[in-house]
Design a protein around this ligand. Structure first.
Ligand code: NAD
Length: 487
């Protein structure tokens, strides 16, 4: 154990003024494999001032969209160069198999950055015809201008990919950033910031402060020079941040939790639905905001489906992801291990039928077997609350209308899937679900070109795609009095 991670502010790795140290724990064996400095309010202030200086009159603020796009593309090239290292960093931090970030997170990060780079010189305004101003003709046009300094606060479950959904669009829009990665997963944020420097993005445009969420997050939310807080994490912390920023009316983007439905109709391709639902609920040990944890299955096929999903769960080999053939690692941290087990126990206590997995016995490492509950109901705790672990809850339904009603009976609205071979039903149900992203016969299509965000308590605003970039801009209208012009 030799690494002690530092903040990255104004293009420099620094210890900052905080006195604490975070120990980073390997979820596979509970060894401490690195330490990280714990930032202070003063460190946040230094990072915000660096970002502010670039945002207001600094070199970055004077660059054209074309120049920003070239630099973001260079950053994407460097991420591509270092993709195996970055995948390994994120995998190690949360005990995940590096195959998953290699297959999904890194390609997604690289394409998100490239897509965002393409928007940098395309943030066009509009000219809007009006009758003029008090009898005199006018010309009114709009501009998209950068919001300013963005505090990007990210979770631990897919650290780099989610960060790229903020960094790419924010840079494309001309903003600067102070990143606060999750306490447990600072590696890839720090490496990305260093790659920004290598790409030629001026010092101070992308800064990273590491340490405790409450200390740094509160300081960022309250700092008068932070213009927007872009947060991905739990609804509880998201709500606290919204309350904290309200007096200053800061802009916010909130990507919060989910309890997403997967609806399987009797006309679906059974094998594809079982495989897709298993992926939807067990990928990344179920630590996915869009995890399809409530699986609604038409009653006529519920038994067959439940047995098949339980079989799929039992066939997943759980263990150290570095070992040959292991498909699922531990959950990311002790707190998560305890939470997931509490929920599994509540499923048993409330009468759901355990078909695979179960409460984990505590040994070394935070291993939880993929767990399937059958014959559950939508009012059980395991169907109401976000577990953020590998736990599937199967709930039978009778009619299409029942499925839609049950699926929407939740405070969340992030994602959903529909499994059917009936085209009209596929569209009908997809358009009835109160959620930001629907997959038909596929699970949660996540792509940096597609808008991403939630209905209801799953969030506020959209990341990725054009919507994501526009979220980092203010729209300004300019009206010019044009005496003598024809109206
Ligand atoms: P969390 O809310 O505990 O932490 C998220 C981030 O907030 C971390 O960086 C943490 O250090 C920081 N933080 C903690 N206290 C803070 C405070 N008072 N002020 C500001 N920041 C603070 O969430 P988590 O456990 O890291 O992540 C899991 C949650 O994230 C789940 O609810 C999951 O659904 C959600 N999530 C949502 C999306 C999405 O796109 N909607 C994606 C991934 C994860």
């Amino acid at each position: 154990m030799s690494t002690q991670l530092q903040h990255y502010i104004s293009g420099q790795s620094i210890n900052g003024s905080g006195s604490g140290v975070t120990e980073l724990v390997d979820p596979v064996n509970e060894d401490i494999y690195a330490t990280a400095v714990e930032g202070s309010v003063e460190d946040v202030d230094a990072a915000v001032k660096a970002a502010h200086a670039q945002s207001k009159g600094g070199e970055w603020s004077k660059m054209t969209g074309e120049q920003r796009g070239i630099l973001i593309n260079k950053l994407a090239d460097l991420v591509e160069r270092d993709q195996e290292l970055l995948a390994d960093m994120d995998a190690r931090a949360i005990g995940r198999s590096p195959i998953e970030p290699r297959l999904l997170d890194l390609p997604n990060t690289i394409s998100t950055l490239r897509h965002a780079a393409g928007w940098a010189d395309k943030l066009e305004g509009r000219t809007i015809p009006t009758p003029g101003y008090m009898g005199t003709p006018t010309l009114s046009y709009t501009q998209h201008v950068p919001v300013g300094v963005v505090a990007a606060i990210t979770p631990w479950n897919t650290p780099l990919m989610i960060l790229s959904w903020k960094v790419g669009p924010a840079l494309a829009a001309g903003c600067t950033l102070v990143i606060k990665p999750a306490t447990e997963t600072p590696f890839t944020a720090l490496h990305l910031a260093k790659l920004c420097t290598e790409a030629g993005i001026p010092d101070g445009v992308v800064n990273v402060v590491i340490g405790r969420g409450s200390v740094l997050g509160n300081a960022l939310s309250e700092h008068p020079l932070v213009d927007k807080v872009s947060f991905t994490g739990s609804p509880e912390v998201g709500t606290q941040i919204q309350q904290r920023v309200a007096p200053q009316c800061k802009r916010v983007a909130m990507e919060l939790g989910g309890k997403s439905p997967q609806i399987v109709f009797e006309d679906a391709d059974m094998a594809a639905a079982v495989q897709g639902c298993a992926m939807g609920v067990f990928f990344n040990q179920g630590q996915v905001c869009a995890a399809g944890t409530r699986i609604f299955v038409q009653r006529s096929i519920a038994d067959e489906f439940s047995k098949a999903l339980a079989g799929a769960a039992d066939s997943i080999k759980v263990g150290d992801p570095k070992e040959e053939g292991v498909q699922m690692g531990p959950v990311a941290k002790r707190g998560q291990f305890d939470t997931v087990n509490r929920y599994i126990q509540s499923g048993l206590d409330e009468g759901a039928q355990l078909m695979a997995g179960g409460v984990a016995e505590k040994g070394k490492g935070f291993f939880v077997k993929p767990t399937v509950f059958g014959n559950a109901s939508n009012d059980m705790t395991i169907a109401r609350e976000e577990i953020f672990g590998p736990v599937a809850t199967i709930i039978p339904f009778d009619t299409e209308a029942d499925a839609i009603r049950l699926a929407n009976d939740t405070v969340y609205g992030l994602a959903g899937t529909v499994w059917t071979n009936n085209l009209a039903r596929a569209h009908r149900v997809a358009q009835s679900l109160e959620a930001g992203a629907i997959g038909v016969n596929c699970w949660a299509p996540i792509d940096g070109r597609l808008p991403w965000g939630g209905f209801k308590t799953s969030g506020l605003g959209r990341e990725c795609g054009k919507s994501g970039v526009l979220g980092y801009t203010e729209e300004r209208v300019v009206t010019v009095l044009m005496p003598g012009a024809s109206s």
